[in-house]
Design a protein around this ligand. Structure first.
Ligand SMILES: [Zn+2]
Length: 264
């Protein structure tokens, strides 16, 4: 076996070993964020994005960054999906940490992608590649467990059960709470996408740091609430579905603001 193939095999076995649930908002969550964002795009942004994505909608393009994870050539993108934060940080501590942040993570990469996408002379292939990544990663930082702790891998190592089936805390937040609502992504968008112009204006003034801090405030509550091996079902849905929904709406509004700013 050639060394290159051996390396590929080793990488591949490493990825199969990782739980499937390290994926971030599941397929639905990302599409809902994309769909909500689309509803708030300016005509200029809609036109520019259509030129780049063609017939692929913002909602559908949002999943691409997870789909390519099965291609080992893109393994380097895995840390782009999250930021790990320590417990008990204040807002200024989170901001200071992000200011000094040079790690390959969601925060530094959102900044990188926005800078690249604002360039007038970006090659066409990069335009698609970076736009799909940005749509996805903005969604990710609104999933509270994507700004979770390193020692439990954002809740992946916290075993729980979801309606008696073995799961972990990350997976419950990525997809199980959302799937439990039994709505398609368009139905879901129609059910939760209610914002006022003044609300959108305020949210779109917030910085990427603010988004991350808001997710962090949610994840601190999620951590404080959970006991390892806890059996989660109706009560958990009752306690946290409003957090899930508000994070999805904010994610969509934030993403729209960012895209409107890039494609002025
Ligand atoms: Zn992701």
């Amino acid at each position: 076996m050639k060394l290159k193939n051996l390396k590929k095999l080793l990488l591949l076995s490493f990825f199969f070993y990782l739980p499937f649930s390290t994926m971030a908002w599941g397929v639905l969550g990302h599409r809902i964020v994309g769909d909500i964002a689309y509803s708030y795009l300016t005509p200029a942004a809609k036109a520019a994005i259509k030129k780049i994505l063609g017939t692929e909608s913002v909602a559908i393009s949002s999943n691409w960054a997870d789909f390519i994870k099965s291609d080992t050539d893109f393994a380097y993108l895995s840390p782009w999906h999250y930021v790990n934060l320590k417990p008990g940080m204040s807002m200024s501590e989170v901001e200071k940490f992000l200011d000094k942040d040079t790690a390959v993570d969601a925060y530094t990469k959102i900044n990188f992608l926005v800078k690249e996408l604002k360039k007038k002379k970006l090659p066409a292939a990069d335009k698609v590649f970076y736009l799909r990544l940005l749509i996805h990663i903005v969604g990710d930082v609104h999933q509270p467990l994507h700004v979770g702790r390193l020692d439990d891998l954002g809740g992946n190592k916290i075993k729980v059960s979801w309606f008696s089936a073995p799961s972990n805390l990350h997976r419950v937040w990525d997809e199980q709470l959302i799937n439990f609502q039994q709505l398609s992504y368009t139905e879901y968008t129609n059910a939760i996408n209610f914002t006022t112009p003044s609300q959108r204006k305020a949210w779109q003034k917030q910085t990427v740091k603010d988004w991350i801090y808001q997710s962090y405030q949610s994840v601190e509550k999620v951590y404080a609430d959970i006991t390892p091996d806890e059996k989660l079902d109706y009560l958990y849905n009752y306690k946290f579905i409003s957090t899930v929904n508000s994070q999805l709406v904010k994610g969509g509004v934030h993403l729209a603001g960012l895209l409107n700013e890039i494609y002025k």
